[in-house]
Design a protein around this ligand. Structure first.
Ligand code: NDP
Length: 323
């Protein structure tokens, strides 16, 4: 069984589709999926914000066991446990993926953790280490700190020596973000987060804003940045950000604005695997904690989307094909 869409739209547009039965092609491997990651991008695919050729199985992330290898594959073998992100067709029991985009999961890492690390973990990693390399004493604002990317980004920013401000939308999420170690947790469902942070740290205290919430938080974040600070707008959970005039950046202190996407930060197999290896090592040593906030049978993908879009999830949400 597989879950996808034939027409973009609401949750009711999720349908059951047949799984592809093709053998893996050149450079591909076939994988029996153990867990598929649920990510915001799946909802953007479903609604058509990010258009797909239709009909299409959705889901881009997972972990599982290699069952067959196609021609020209040399460094992955049948029986390997692998994880991946960015390979469409992952809301299924089996999928053929590009072998170069798979990473082998070390024995010391749970499959569920591996699935969480491939998209949300890699995103947190490139945001904190590459987009704006966070250093000792930086003041960072990470929105949605109890979420998948947010919870991991908080931990990585703390490791880099930052003072971490984060926002959350409920008392349960406040506790989760505090447990992850954030120094200042702001309930942006109750207070104006920009005013709250100015109250704590003075005017324009923030070196970098990591904003995956989008439309609802963009302007407040701009108002908090120090001169030459960086706004990293990386997602649209509340809707896409409106166009911004370049003059806005000079008027707010010669700011930098970037809209990064994971694919460009794991463009080569070497970069993909080096980020993954670093994250796996941190999880194995207990220095990075993955929070699995919910697991659903694959057939309940609609419920998972409802929870994600309804702001009811924390950490990673997974679909289990053989639950
Ligand atoms: P999360 O687990 O963080 O879930 C999104 C959270 O956003 C919600 O739990 C909620 O937290 C908050 N939120 C605020 N307003 C809304 C709203 N109107 N509707 C829904 N949620 C809202 O998701 P992910 O960790 O999977 O992804 C976070 C963001 O990162 C997404 O925008 C995603 O698209 C983006 N992303 C970008 C990537 C890139 O490379 N550019 C790669 C991966 C993800 P709260 O209740 O606390 O407000």
């Amino acid at each position: 069984m597989a879950i996808g869409i034939s027409t973009p739209g609401g949750i009711e547009n999720l349908i059951t589709l047949d799984e592809p039965t093709d053998d893996p092609g050149p450079g591909e491997i076939a994988v029996q999926i153990e867990a598929a990651g649920v990510n915001f991008i799946d909802t953007y695919h479903r609604t058509g914000l990010y258009p797909l050729d239709l009909p299409s199985i959705i889901g881009v992330e997972g972990v599982g066991t290699v069952t067959a290898i196609g021609p020209e594959v040399s460094d992955v073998a049948t029986g390997d446990r692998v994880a991946w992100a960015g390979e469409l067709g992952s809301y299924a029991t089996t999928v053929n993926i590009v072998a170069d985009r798979a990473v082998r999961v070390p024995d010391g890492v749970e499959s569920t953790d591996a699935a969480a690390l491939m998209l949300q973990g890699m995103t947190a990693h490139y945001l904190i280490t590459s987009t704006f390399p966070v250093g000792e004493g930086n003041r960072v604002l990470i929105h949605a700190g109890a979420g998948g990317v947010g919870g991991l980004a908080i931990q990585l920013a703390l490791r880099a020596g930052a003072e971490v401000f984060t926002t959350v939308g409920s008392p349960e999420k406040e506790a989760i973000a505090a447990e992850a170690g954030a120094h200042h947790v702001i309930r942006y469902d109750q207070v104006d987060f920009a005013e709250a942070i100015t109250g704590i740290a003075g005017p324009r205290p923030i070196d970098v804003v990591y904003d995956g919430v989008g439309a609802a938080t963009f302007e407040g974040g701009i108002a908090l940045l120090r001169p030459r600070g960086m706004m990293v707008t990386f997602g649209n959970a509340s809707g896409p950000v409106d166009p911004v005039a370049p003059l806005t950046l000079s008027q707010n202190g010669s700011l930098f604005l970037t809209r990064p996407t994971l694919g460009d930060y794991v463009a080569t197999t070497e970069e993909l695997r080096s980020r993954a290896d670093e994250l796996f090592a941190l999880v194995e040593s207990g220095e990075l904690v993955v929070r699995i906030g919910g697991t659903y049978p694959l057939s309940d993908a609609a419920q998972a989307h409802r929870a994600l879009e309804g702001r009811l999830t924390t950490g990673k949400v997974l679909l289990i094909p053989n639950a």
